[in-house]
Design a protein around this ligand. Sequence first.
Ligand code: SF4
Length: 114
Amino acid sequence: MGAGAGAGAGAGQNEPGYLKKTRILMDWLQMSSPRPLSVSTRRKIRAENMIKEGLHPFGMKLREPRGETCKTCNHSVAKRLGNIYWKCDLMNNTGGPGTDLRLKWPACQLWESA
Ligand code: SF4
């Protein structure tokens, strides 16, 4: 089991820019915070960095021209399980928060008008 295989150690030369920026920001936040970052905070930072690099948080390229969001896409679906969880019906969705869609995210190349 790869202990310590996460932040910092072993970052490859082919590391995408958004991953490098995410790792650097998370390392800085961890050093300046008395508590470890939550999973949701790390997920949010990673998503923001991916969008800055022109990628949708699910890994696809962003749609050009910009302006549309997942909210206006035909593939965004609401799962009602006590609360409402938004998912993309093109993804392999789990029941967990890692595949939850944020409706404010910029649309990816697979966007279709609702
Ligand atoms: S296809 Fe792309 S734009 Fe549409 S909901 Fe899925 S991730 Fe968002």
